[in-house]
Design a protein around this ligand. Structure first.
Ligand code: ATP
Length: 221
């Protein structure tokens, strides 16, 4: 079985997250994809983190009716900072034993992975599936494949080799990192929160039910 783990703060969930979920389900033929909101993000300090119950509810409201999509409360229920390695071990041991695990993330998040807890073991246990986020090139005109290659070789391991199709890096030991280039949807949770504080609308940025929930609960004001 091929299972996707899609972690994040989801503060709140937005259409960029949903686009990523749909693209990877289709392109990587995943049997299931778990959306996993963290309890406390170890790598970022948002100015305002909505209560876990509200972030969970908004994910429930946002997820389309697709039996492959699941919401996992594993990190919300675990005490302390949410480390991906702990989550991955739980999936490997109990939730999806025997499955090939794919760790879904935007390129911005991937470029931090060398700082994550037990990053070496993590890269042995899962295959990162990295989705482009900020367009094709960085401010110096370097494209996503080259940015990925430089990062992987300098921060992770020189054992990785880029495939001829230029969409996967593999090591002789069988580790792999996939790149999925998509038309990026330039939306972030920060943008959503900023717009709410500025009294601007969220049409096209979050699903209508999430928009209504934020309004009703007066979140992010
Ligand atoms: P914030 O603006 O608060 O930092 P965010 O929009 O990055 O939040 P997260 O919940 O932190 O949202 O993101 C979870 C994962 O989804 C991360 O791996 C992130 O890179 C990815 N992601 C978020 N938005 C997009 C997007 N528009 N396109 C591709 N990936 C995205």
């Amino acid at each position: 079985m091929r299972a996707g783990l899609f972690g994040g703060t989801f503060n709140p969930i937005h259409n960029g997250h949903l686009m990523v979920a749909q693209k990877v389900l289709a392109r990587f033929a995943l049997e299931c994809l778990y959306v996993i909101p963290c309890r406390t993000p170890p790598h970022k300090q948002p100015v305002y983190l909505a209560p876990a119950a509200d972030r969970l509810r908004m994910i429930q409201l946002a997820l389309p009716d697709d039996p492959r999509l699941h919401l996992s409360e594993i990190e919300i229920q675990r005490n302390g900072a949410s480390y991906t390695i702990d989550t991955v071990h739980a999936f490997a041991a109990q939730i999806t034993p025997g499955a090939d695990l794919f760790l879904i993330m935007g390129m911005d998040a991937f470029f931090d992975i060398h700082t994550w807890k037990h990053s070496r073991s993590l890269l042995e246990a899962v295959r990162p599936l990295v989705v482009t986020r900020r367009g094709d090139t960085d401010e110096k005109g370097v494209g996503p494949i080259e940015q990925m290659d430089r990062y992987i070789q300098s921060r992770l391991s020189t054992d990785y080799r880029l495939s001829a199709e230029e969409n996967v890096w593999q090591t002789p030991a069988g580790q792999a990192i996939y790149l999925l280039e998509t038309q990026p949807l330039s939306v972030s949770s920060t943008m959503v929160r900023d717009r709410i504080r500025a009294g601007k609308g969220l049409t096209g940025l979050v699903p209508p039910l999430v928009d209504a929930y934020i309004e009703q609960k007066e979140l992010y004001r």
